[in-house]
Design a protein around this ligand. Structure first.
Ligand SMILES: C[S@@+](CC[C@H](N)C(=O)[O-])C[C@H]1O[C@@H](n2cnc3c(N)ncnc32)[C@H](O)[C@@H]1O
Length: 243
């Protein structure tokens, strides 16, 4: 069984990953944006002092979705390759391919800043992984295709999700997306990356005891993406319980 530390995350294939997943908007991205924007619309504009994007990777669009409600967005990411890409997007300006994602998000959440560049001005890129999370630091936390896509070990998946929940203050909101039943996967012809197939009952077993107001929904398998062996996408919202 391959665990998180067994993969070379610094060598994440940024260009191939973006080409396969994010150079154009796929139906599942639309579903994620609709779901996450509904989550952020429950908060008054600017009411969240600090929000988290755990394992941000090179994906800019989830980062921007918090920019209406959130004043400071922390993108926590361990991979040198992904950190370099994110920092370039912030300093040199975002590549044009992100504009349609932001356009859809802004149509769904008028509290978002007028431009993608303004939204990204709220983002701070931080090197680190789930093991570096501080208990209760954030008002909300977001995680997209991370816990199930970085280990084959269900116990490690569970520990990563538990750290994600604990990263928000009691009462803080959680929003996440997971590949459904995805086994270990390749990007292009590259190495095999470790993954842990999860379904809705597995998510309920992990998040049910740790969250309040847990809601899980599903997006159909997106056949416009490469064949990763998944059966769709699972979307989750919840809250860290108050004591
Ligand atoms: C499949 S990618 C998802 C990237 C991005 N969130 C997205 O929506 O496309 C998994 C990401 O998790 C990061 N990662 C790997 N191990 C991690 C850990 N222990 N804690 C946090 N992130 C991790 C990887 O570097 C990579 O960016």
């Amino acid at each position: 069984m391959r665990r998180n530390r067994d993969a070379d995350w610094n060598a994440w294939p940024v260009a191939e990953y973006l080409a396969e997943n994010y150079r154009r908007m796929h139906p599942c991205d639309r579903g994620v944006i609709h779901h996450h924007c509904a989550f952020y619309r429950q908060f008054a504009p600017g009411s969240l002092a600090r929000t988290l994007e755990l394992g941000a990777g090179p994906n800019l669009y989830p980062l921007t979705l918090a920019a209406g409600a959130g004043r400071r967005i922390e993108a926590l990411e361990p991979s040198a390759a992904n950190l370099a890409f994110l920092r370039r997007q912030l300093t040199d300006g975002p590549e044009d391919s992100w504009q349609p994602f932001y356009g859809l998000a802004r149509a769904l959440d008028p509290a978002l800043p007028a431009t993608l560049t303004e939204a990204l001005a709220r983002v701070n890129v931080v090197r680190g992984d789930a093991g570096d999370l501080v208990d209760g630091r954030y008002d909300t936390a977001s995680m997209n295709f991370v816990a199930e896509s970085v280990t084959e070990d269900f116990d490690e998946f569970t520990a990563l999700c538990a750290a994600f929940v604990r990263s928000v203050r009691p009462g803080g909101g959680l929003v996440a997306a997971f590949m459904e039943r995805m086994p270990s996967y390749r990007i292009g012809e590259g190495p095999l990356w470790p993954a842990c197939p999860v379904d809705e009952p597995a998510l309920r077993s992990v998040f049910g005891p740790r969250t309040a107001d847990l809601r899980i929904s599903r997006l159909a398998k997106d056949r416009t993406l490469p064949e990763y062996g998944d059966t769709g996408v699972l979307l989750l919202t919840g809250r860290r319980p108050r004591p």
